[in-house]
Write a protein that binds this ligand. Structure first.
Ligand code: F6R
Length: 365
């Protein structure tokens, strides 16, 4: 049932306008400019008592959690962090009374995340799941949570689950923010911007031929850097992971600010950097990071908003995305990176849907 698509990965990338909508379906309340997430199994009083959020996950789910933590902290002003499930379990973590935990997992069966959840629960933590596969172990063993309703994700490389996990966190952040300081008008602004994402994503998906041409141009490359900041830093990490997984090309994701602390030593004409440049408060900083790379002989591919002349002036290649409300850029940035990884893999003749050494659900530690 790949329909007109050559691979499941491509089909799932193109499904995202719909799968994101499903993740929001019935959960947005315009009248009160908030979200309803009944599966959390928490009263408003309990939600109000949350003082910290800790999100655990592995791989792509970890990156979704990292982005989720940024948004919860920025929008709801609740301290939030993401941690690797594999690390938290063996660190003998301190569980505090008013910390709320989320375990993020597409399959709901990832051993690292499941065992970490059990360890946290044993210590008395309240752990909620953000999962796709209904009835899988993590949702069964958690105290509640949010199903993302992506539909089956068949390709080993996760794509549509990521954007829906992110959506679940955006809704949770909205709910928590509206219980605290966020005004009705600000809430509505956020909702309208979120609802617009599927439409804007369709425009981004139309760039597929352009991204395919880019992959052809760079198919000879052995090493890539993916650089972003703020909300788009986890997206850079995810872009690098996607490329590694399906094309077997070495890629590193970094905060664009961090390269001057070491990785800039890697820059040469054979190591291009993919920069994420949304039109937000960090744009100027990213531009100067881009110049640092260019002046050291590095090639630059930039993802930026339509008609950004400053970026065009510096970058060797540009993929344009529509300008949106600042919180929504990660959606529009991650999809071109998914497509880039896909077309690179295709160009190199890789087994896109079943990359070597990988399994869809990792049930060993
Ligand atoms: C990325 C990928 C893996 C998974 C990770 C967690 O494309 O497939 O990194 O994201 O193994 O899997 P889940 O989300 O099922 O817990």
């Amino acid at each position: 049932e790949k329909g007109p698509y050559q691979h499941y990965m491509l089909k799932e990338i193109f499904e995202q306008p719909e799968s994101i909508k499903r993740a929001m379906q019935g959960r947005i309340d315009e009248e009160y400019a908030t979200a309803h997430l009944g599966g959390l199994n928490m009263t408003s009083r309990e939600l109000l008592e949350v003082e910290q959020v800790v999100i655990i996950g592995a791989g792509t789910s970890y990156y979704a959690g990292m982005l989720g933590a940024y948004v919860i902290e920025q929008l709801a002003r609740i301290p939030a962090v993401a941690e690797l499930s594999s690390e938290i379990r063996y660190r003998n973590p301190v569980v505090r009374k008013n910390t709320l935990y989320f375990a993020v997992s597409q399959s709901g069966e990832t051993a690292d995340t499941l065992y970490a959840l059990r360890e946290l629960k044993r210590k008395g933590a309240r752990v909620l799941g953000i999962c796709n596969v209904v009835g899988s172990s993590i949702p069964r063993e958690s105290d509640g949570g949010v199903y993302i309703h992506s539909g089956p994700e068949i390709a080993v490389a996760s794509t549509k689950a990521f954007t829906s996990q992110v959506t679940a966190f955006y809704l949770f952040a909205l709910l928590m923010a509206r219980m605290r300081h966020l005004s009705y008008e600000e809430g509505l602004l956020f909702i309208r911007a979120l609802r617009e994402v599927p439409e804007r994503l369709r425009e981004v998906l139309e760039k597929a031929p352009e991204i395919k041409a880019l992959a052809r141009k760079y198919a000879w490359v052995k090493n890539f850097l993916f650089l972003g900041r703020g909300l788009n830093y986890p997206v850079a990490l995810e872009g690098a992971l996607k490329l590694k997984e399906v094309s077997y090309i070495h890629a590193e994701g970094y905060s664009a600010a961090e390269i001057k602390h070491g990785p800039i030593a890697l820059i040469n004409p054979e190591t291009p950097s993919v920069f994420l440049v949304p039109h937000d408060e960090l744009r100027e900083k990213v531009l100067s990071n881009m110049k640092e790379v260019k002046s050291r002989g590095g090639k630059v591919v930039a993802l930026c908003t339509e008609g950004d002349p400053d970026v065009r002036e510096i970058a060797d290649d540009v993929i344009e995305i529509p300008a949106v409300y600042r919180y929504m850029y990660p959606y529009l940035m991650v999809v071109p990176l998914q497509l880039f990884a896909y077309y690179m893999a295709l160009e190199l003749g890789r087994d896109v849907d079943q990359p070597r050494n990988l399994a869809k659900s990792v049930t060993v530690e």
